[in-house]
Design a protein around this ligand. Structure first.
Ligand code: S3P
Length: 168
């Protein structure tokens, strides 16, 4: 069974994914990185310049298909995968447990204050509107909700590990 990490930009999917990889010895799949590779983009900003959000969503769907049959993966998704029902439905059907890293917007805004790598997080008001729209989707797909406060990535990895083995 795979571990799927979902959540808004800046919720810590990548850092927690790395801590989980070190803890469990599973392989880590960074969807954003693979999406960039597949579109020959150096960065997400580069990808958006080429084909906008449309290119991102189309490539995310292709990347997800490539990993759907594999086991013992930690899949760190991009914050927008919940917009395409096929992605998480398929991950779940083949045996994936979805953990929603639920960080309050204030924490995310603080973390991403100086971030220049996320084309959909350039304006705080706009980002907050996207966050509000997405919240019900994250809740819908979550098998487990991990509330993010002050825990370290390693502490969060332990919480997720427990949740993962609990269901087996
Ligand atoms: C996006 C999240 C980003 C990346 C892209 C769009 C989104 O990933 O896929 O910039 O729509 O929420 P992270 O969640 O890893 O920042």
């Amino acid at each position: 069974m795979n571990i799927i990490l979902i959540g808004f930009m800046g919720s810590g999917k990548s850092t927690v994914g790395k801590a989980l990889r070190d803890l469990l010895g599973f392989s880590l799949v960074e969807m954003d990185e693979i999406v960039c590779q597949k579109t020959s983009s150096k960065t997400m900003t580069d990808l958006f310049a080429k084909g906008g959000e449309k290119l991102l969503r189309k490539t995310e769907a292709l990347v997800a298909k490539d990993y759907v049959d594999q086991k013992r993966l930690i899949i760190s998704t991009g914050g927008g995968v919940v917009l395409n029902p096929a992605i998480l439905d398929n991950f779940k059907i083949v045996g994936g447990k979805v953990f929603f890293l639920n960080a309050p917007f204030e924490l995310i805004a603080k973390r991403l204050e100086k971030d220049k790598t996320r084309p959909l997080f350039t304006n705080l008001l706009n980002a907050k509107a996207i966050y509000k729209d997405r919240l019900p989707l994250y809740h819908h797909y979550a098998d487990e909700i991990v509330n993010i406060t002050t825990q370290s990535p390693e502490e969060l990895a332990l919480i997720i590990k427990e949740g993962y083995f609990h269901g087996l």
